[in-house]
Design a protein around this ligand. Sequence first.
Ligand code: NAP
Ligand code: ZN
Length: 356
Amino acid sequence: MHPVTYKTKAYSAASATSPLASTVIPRREPTDRDVQIEILFCGICHSDLHAVRDEWNEFMPTVYPIVPGHEIVGRVTRVGSAVTRYKPGDIAAVGCMVDSDHTCGQCKAGEEQFCPNMVLTYNSPDKHLGGVTYGGYSASIVVDERFVLRVPANLDLAKAAPLLCAGITTYSPMRRAAVGKGKKVGVVGLGGLGHMAVKFGRAFGAHVVVFTTSPHKREDALRLGADETVVSRDANEMKKHVGSFDFIIDTVSADHDINAYLQLLGRDGNLTLVGAPAKPMGIAAFNLLMLRRRLSGSIIGGIAETQEMLDFCGAHNLTADVEVIPIQKVNEAYDRMLKSDVKYRFSIDMASLKSE
Ligand code: NAP
Ligand code: ZN
């Protein structure tokens, strides 16, 4: 069977060393359960850069051409006949996943991100069209209603887009660790994920300490809600916090020494990795044995939890700090993101794609 498709504008990369460039991609015509969304804004996640440059080759090799983007906010343009929750004109959002099998234990537990048949928004086998899925650096997308989310009406859409990945990725492990009043929480790396972790830590009532390699970010960290800042390259500053943290979230995208942070955990303290550097890390056993410390990981969150996070952000008027760019500046934005030169997330204004 050949599904009916239509064409939509997008930006794609042809290889690990190619820049992103204008293209046209097919999308399926909405089937019964599908929602078609005109994309208004799409955040730029560091995962987009890892994937475009095939940095996770050993774990999930990139299939080219790749259309990245999984922080998607837009307007519903059409819905299939069986769609009940969305109608044309609604504001809707899509995050890192567009499908799962809905039958496995993970799906039943609301943890679709662990479903063995989960379909990522880009670079996953596309069961409708063959090839791989194409993400949000595009004019429109068609997604199963069950993977479409609602954006609270009070949130600015350009600033809300990053919630779909940076938001849920930090909200989920912080909630699970019961981050709140009386807890000392560390945030390692003040980038897209890190700045959301600071905002959530503050909103949950915890004492938040930011670890940064960029001394010029200190002031911003405090403005975003941190109680203290530490320049992680300064051994004396680090020493003051040894054995004192309940929870640390590590959002660093590049190779770094996590032993320096394990030592900062107190008894039964938990360091959760959400950053995904390509290379394996070395861990000194005694940093875990002493004080019964724990090292864990977390990846995005389930659909229900993502909606819970969006609703929490609506209730607390909480969004990302963004620099809005036209899609034509996406390659420059990647270079700047690598230099930590963004406050604190790029959000692509997809109207710019119309001139391509
Ligand atoms: P980002 O905006 O580039 O932020 C990363 C931050 O890490 C930088 O701002 C910088 O903070 C710090 N950093 C960068 N290079 C460093 C180095 N060499 N040593 C120490 N610190 C360094 O990236 P992001 O979008 O927040 O993503 C961060 C990581 O999380 C990426 O690996 C991404 O793929 C991953 N991710 C994971 C999930 C998940 O579900 N687990 C979801 C989304 C993203 P300072 O300037 O403050 O030091
Ligand atoms: Zn992401």
